[in-house]
Design a protein around this ligand. Sequence first.
Ligand code: SF4
Ligand code: SF4
Length: 335
Amino acid sequence: MEISRRDFLKYAIASAATLGLSGTQFARIERIMAGATSPPILWLSGAACTGCSVSLLNAVNPTIDQVLLNTISLKYHSTLMAAAGDLAVTAARSTAQAGGHILVVEGAVTTASNGRYCYVWDENGQPVTIAEAVNSLAATASYIIAVGTCAAYGGIPAAYPYTSALGVGAFLRRPVVNLPGCPAHPDWIIGSLVQLLSGTIPALDSHGRPLVYYKPKVIHERCPRKEAEEAGHFGQDGLCLEELGCKGPDTHADCDLRLWNNRQNWCIGVNGLCIGCTEPNFPAFPLHATSEEEEEEEPVPTATPRPTATPTPTSTPQPVAPSYHVYLPYIRKGR
Ligand code: SF4
Ligand code: SF4
């Protein structure tokens, strides 16, 4: 199925429909997005799995990439853009030089060893780190969005101490719009982009998340299984998963209302528990454990609490030790 530019505009406006924008703002969005002068977007990929890009691509159908490039003036995205090499880097640099763009960062910013754990491109024969790229492209940006939990708070890369991975806001030491999730829901990305394109910043909670998507009330408060008896094991339809380790009681997101995969279902709806993927402390190990197992579990060494300041770069390469410790409790228990 082909998606037209108009279809995408409709989807984008619908994603923003819950934002409470006024009629004038909607008209302005439509005008901006339909026009040739739509503010450009630069999308950098740091330490991550590219899952948030995949989530965005799943928003409508696989042909969304061309629509994205044509409709929201996506000037740089290492996975989606057709250009490569110097041409692609020049597009990013000239866009940043003109200023007024929206910088989207997917993935954490690695800071150990002068950032050498994550390169984004080569320039003048030298590799450029995600840290350098974020610093320079953020300098002239109108808005900065951290897409996914890795970009927002460090996420999985920051759960291990070796690369000193930081969320974008902590790295830049300035507020950014955080859209955590592992991955982020496509509506959260498109809806927030649309609102920023309209020139307004969404109302944010204390962790920088748009309140319209990351609800003040936790998932557990609205969960259809709230009054149900506890499941003793996986695969029991309709039962509460708290004893199996569900983190719905501590998680702020609208997955239960919005659903995933084109409004098909959500984690708890398919008997998978909520692992709290939108929270600043994600991933909290163990991801799955009954309360009894959690009491028995030996503490797992991780990098938490997460650093909030940029560590001083060091020129001495840090040894990278294997991080098998995270999996040991599961291996020990024969999982
Ligand atoms: S399944 Fe999770 S979110 Fe739903 S009621 Fe049980 S603990 Fe709460
Ligand atoms: S239900 Fe929980 S784990 Fe699943 S996507 Fe939503 S916040 Fe993440």
